[in-house]
Write a new protein. Structure first.
Length: 310
């Protein structure tokens, strides 16, 4: 199915070096941010208490933060979510207080400054559980990556597989770099989004690579850049339909999903955008730089040997 067909191939490979330099700079900036600032792990990973409080009128966040900090909490995060009347309060683990006691003492303090404060939800995660979630999440990311590597290695020639692996690594690091630079909360839903982006990105790369492999058989007189440009151009309609439909759904979650789905949808949005970019402007140029040739994909036909004359 195609909404449109581009008659002339777009010369993407003519600017391949520029795109790769931009990707490398973005990748290195993400690495630097992760190394210096790290990720802002949510309560899912670090352990602690998360409270969602609703007010009749928009409250002063600074006053709430000061009131909660006065109870002896050193690292208090207070922010709006959903609307100006909804407040999320994140508190670190207190060894001397249970989760129920923490929420009770906080609500008592909040009622002193505003009696309309209403507790909507409270979650508590122990530090040991958080540590196990970090380890399990890292293992999940590792196993998914290994599975993708094996799949690509078996399906394509090794140059395609290596290019797709680098492109997928690029997408994951960029997502983590965004969350590190802006210090957005990295939680279990965000980890799920990263794993989803891995599969989503490799699917786009496979579509482009399949067309490149097909073009090597059909376009026998074309150069490698021309073959890749044609493959990308011919798959653009499919890319717009697929990613556009997915992004419409993700955007609805981003706008109407509330705090629970906000960062999950944000990670997916970043992953979809960079997944398209990496498949077209990272993986495909890398295949060209690796020196892909027609001989790598199309086996030469063996001519029948003439019968020996006795």
């Amino acid at each position: 199915m195609e909404f449109f067909r581009i008659k002339r191939d777009i010369p993407f490979m003519r600017h391949a070096l520029v795109f790769n330099v931009i990707s490398l700079i973005t990748f290195l900036l993400a690495i630097v941010s992760l190394a210096t600032k790290g990720l802002h792990y949510g309560v899912d990973f670090t352990g602690g208490t998360v409270m969602e409080v609703n007010y009749d009128e928009p409250p002063e966040l600074a006053r709430i933060r000061e009131t909660v900090a006065g109870l002896g909490f050193a690292d208090v995060a207070v922010q709006n979510f959903g609307s100006a009347r909804d407040v999320m309060i994140r508190l670190p683990v207190r060894e001397d207080m249970s989760g129920a006691k923490v929420s009770e003492s906080v609500m008592q303090a909040l009622h002193k400054i505003d009696k309309t404060a209403e507790l909507r939800r409270v979650d508590f995660v122990g530090p040991q559980v958080g540590k196990e979630l970090v380890e399990n999440g890292a293992l999940a990311l590792l196993f998914v990556s290994i599975g993708i590597v094996l799949y690509l290695w078996m399906r394509f020639e090794w140059k395609f597989g290596l290019a797709a692996i680098i492109a997928n690594l690029h997408d994951v690091v960029i997502i983590l770099g965004f969350f590190s630079f802006f210090q957005w909360e990295f939680s279990l839903p965000v980890l799920a989004a990263v794993l989803a982006v891995l599969g989503y990105s490799v699917n786009e790369s496979v579509v482009v690579f399949d067309r490149i492999r097909e073009n090597f058989r059909k376009m026998r007189r074309a150069s490698v850049p021309q073959i890749i440009d044609n493959a990308i151009t011919r798959t653009m309609s499919r890319t717009i339909i697929t990613h556009g439909s997915t992004q419409m759904m993700v955007t609805s979650m981003l706008i109407f999903g509330g705090e629970t789905l906000h960062y999950f949808a944000l990670a997916l949005t970043i992953g979809i955008c960079f997944g398209i970019y990496s498949s077209v402007l990272v993986a495909s140029p890398l295949v060209m730089w690796f020196g892909i040739r027609r001989e790598d994909l199309v086996k030469a036909e063996k001519k029948p040997q003439p019968d020996a004359v006795v």
